[in-house]
Unconditional design. Sequence first.
Lengths: 321, 321
Amino acid sequence: MARLAGVSRATVSYVLNKATAVRISEPTRRRVHAAAKELGYVPHAAARSLRAGHSRVVLMPAPGFPAGPLYHRFLGDLQLALGRLDYTVVQYGSMGVDGDEAARAWAELRPVAVLVPGPGLGPQGVTVLKRSGARAVVTLGPRPVEGAHALLMDFEAVGHRAGSHLAERGRRRVGVVVPEEEGLAAFSAPRLAGVRRALHGTGAAVTELPLAYDEESAARLAARWPGLGLDAVFAYNDEYAMLLMRALQDAGVRIPADTAVIGADDLMLGRLLRPRLSTVHIDLPSGRELAELVDRAVRSPGTAPGTHEVLGARVVPRDSS
Amino acid sequence: MARLAGVSRATVSYVLNKATAVRISEPTRRRVHAAAKELGYVPHAAARSLRAGHSRVVLMPAPGFPAGPLYHRFLGDLQLALGRLDYTVVQYGSMGVDGDEAARAWAELRPVAVLVPGPGLGPQGVTVLKRSGARAVVTLGPRPVEGAHALLMDFEAVGHRAGSHLAERGRRRVGVVVPEEEGLAAFSAPRLAGVRRALHGTGAAVTELPLAYDEESAARLAARWPGLGLDAVFAYNDEYAMLLMRALQDAGVRIPADTAVIGADDLMLGRLLRPRLSTVHIDLPSGRELAELVDRAVRSPGTAPGTHEVLGARVVPRDSS
């Protein structure tokens, strides 16, 4: 390749490995890249990261919970933004292995940063990752973890907004859907706590409503509805809300006259139902903001881990509440 | 670590690198792993793959199209199944770079296999990947690519089933929704062709209906509806069908009396609408089958690439058609 480009082997190596310590003219750089392309050369990321002592890989474990469309859009944005900063984002299926155990598997890939969605990782896992060379560990979840940067997603606030809205509408017996699907407790428990806090001292009562995401489960709950005596329900998110609202309507419950219904996530489909579904709109952080935070943490690995609130929540009242 | 485990350094290396050529007793193996754990040792995947000449990484580029819930479930299954076969699945955001250009970026990670969802990769990209050491390249899409194993997803059949169903119901002027969102043409064009084939020779007419996935676009299309003179519509998938059906109902079009509506994907939410949405149910291959196919291809890299049909499609008639 050196011969084809008419330069020394060292120059080829500097250019292809993006060495920054050596000044190489732009025409030379272009000649080397052209020769590399002609010869079908592809650099070896692993070899390069061994030489550099670290990689440009940002590892994101795939979330251990059923992620909705909102999360997938957020993930796409983030990948794009990290890509623009010259990081390679790889998502890693953790396959049911949890937290600190999984951290060892992630560390094998020697990522320069790890971005962990959801709960599960503990201080021990953070230590394993840092010892293996990760310059930044960032968690995205309801609680900070020692040693890691924390992007706090305050799902309690989501429940609090929903509960306050229902109280303002004069509702006094409020059901809160708690999904039965595994892995969602970290999100549903704070939402429930938020509703309780919003209604605390108002004399209104809160009832937990376990619900699986299928029509049979919703029909069973709807059949029990008259006995529950509820005049409102916060249904965890829009998908559960759509499911439950339909089951209630089929069982003759009038929405919102008999029971007000509110979801969360502000999915477009919620606007297609009649009555239109009220919801809590959740503002996720922008991919660009988050990418810049990761980049800063990588550049200054000595900085003390910080904690940032990243979730905005506001009620979008429509016709169902 | 050798001292802590009371074994030679060579033995430590054999155990931690999972060398299979050397017989090591189970107690010794356990002692080495215990010592490694105590010392917080994490193997280096890149170094190991350099030694082995290949990795256990199966790379899956993230799809360049807005993937729906059906695809995400399929992906989760596949990751789980490949994990059970001791592969590490990494998903890679391709960030707008297409096909053969992207293949060079994927090759840098030296994956042992690459599983490409959707179209875009050409024979040149396959060559780059194989030259970089990938033992198997598998494409998941509407057409086979030279040099790669092909899992053919026959979306033409999805359109054909929908078209036949509408013809059987006596519909003669059939609209076919073509999403305006980028990256979906590879899926929508064969569906449209399938409807045309189903209606060929029946005297029925097919009208293409460009539609963006938002309420304004749907309302505009619904406002033009009387002038279009359509008595049926195949709406690409259930999400577009739910959007369009609501807009048509709001514009006073009776479903199915004036216009029959059918979607595709069999999403649960389609059953929640009134009338219940008819749909084409799509059977994706199971994650286990696909993982075993990848594994066979990796073990026998010399085998000629094969082509497998992996999509089943059948109409689920409900009340909207």
